[in-house]
Each structure stands twice: as C-alpha cells, then as structure tokens.
Design a protein around this ligand. Structure first.
Ligand SMILES: [Fe+2]
Ligand SMILES: [Fe+2]
Length: 163
C-alpha cells in the first residue's frame, strides 16, 4: 500500500528526521567499539548526502539510485562487522539484534524495488533509513556498545576490519 504524502510533507519530515539523527552523534558514536563508530559516522554522512540531494529537489534520478544502492551496500558490510563483534564477544542479545538487521535489509530492498514501479519514492526510502538509524542505533547498537565496552575493558580493543 503506497504512502500518500505530499512532496512538501516529505521534505519537512526529512529535514526533521535529519536533525533527530544528528543528535545520535554524541550519545552513540563516541563510545562505539572498533570500526563501528566510524561506520556509524559514515552511515550518517551518507544519510545526510541523500537527504541533502532530496531536499535540493533531485527526487527521482540515477544519482539518487546510485546513492541508495551505495547506502544499502555499506549497510550490509556494517552489519557483518557488528555481527562478527557480537560473535567474538558471545553477545547474549545477538540473535534479536541480527534479526533486526535482517528485517531492515529486507525492508530497504523491497522499498528500492518499488521505487521504479512508482509505488514508493526515494523520500520514503530516506525516511525509513532515518527512522531506523534513530531506533536501531539509539537502542540495539547503544546496548551492544555498552556490552562491548564492559567486555573488552579499558585498554583492550576488538579489531574487525570492515569497509
Ligand atoms: Fe550499527
Ligand atoms: Fe546494529
């Protein structure tokens, strides 16, 4: 079922979501482990670029598709790194966290497949990402970050090479 929302409403929502996602920076990214904090910053940068392109008025074009594909690929790599860290640390909440990753990757894939059909827009795609970053990084990733910091201790570090 397509979401019926005017372009203006989408822009307003995106601008608001961008501000909200930026507030994550100090709370979640700072104490992230290994490459994860860096990945989160890169996800935020990609999200900002995508929203920036949308707000500039390039709502449906090849560049947006490239950016959306790039976001999806980067996110997939990021999930692998986080999940490797969970396995290495025998993280007790790993399964529910991984399931959240799986469901979101599936949702993004479905959204992207619907854009060319005209049933969804890149605005919907960006809003889904913004909502997900807020919820997932603010809860699941923050919890993993706390657990990892405790498990590793002050001087140790888990190093998992990602993109
Ligand atoms: Fe993450
Ligand atoms: Fe995660």
């Amino acid at each position: 079922m397509p979401i019926v929302r005017s372009e203006e409403d989408t822009r307003e929502l995106l601008a608001r979501r961008l501000e909200e996602v930026r507030t994550l920076d100090d709370t979640v990214f700072a104490d992230s482990v290994s490459d994860v904090g860096d990945h989160h910053r890169k996800l935020l940068e990609r999200f900002e670029s995508f929203v920036g392109a949308l707000l500039a008025g390039h709502l449906e074009n090849d560049r947006l598709d490239d950016m959306a594909q790039d976001f999806g690929q980067f996110l997939g790599g990021h999930f692998s790194v986080e999940e490797t860290i969970m396995d290495l640390l025998e993280y007790p909440l790993a399964e529910v966290h991984k399931e959240h990753h799986r469901r979101f990757a599936e949702e993004l894939g479905q959204l992207l497949r619907m854009v060319p059909l005209g049933v969804r827009t890149y605005g919907d795609f960006a809003l889904a990402i913004g909502q997900w970053l807020l919820v997932h990084e603010g809860t699941f990733d923050a919890e993993l970050s706390r657990y990892a910091a405790d498990a590793i201790g002050a001087n140790g570090q888990v190093k998992v090479t990602g993109r």
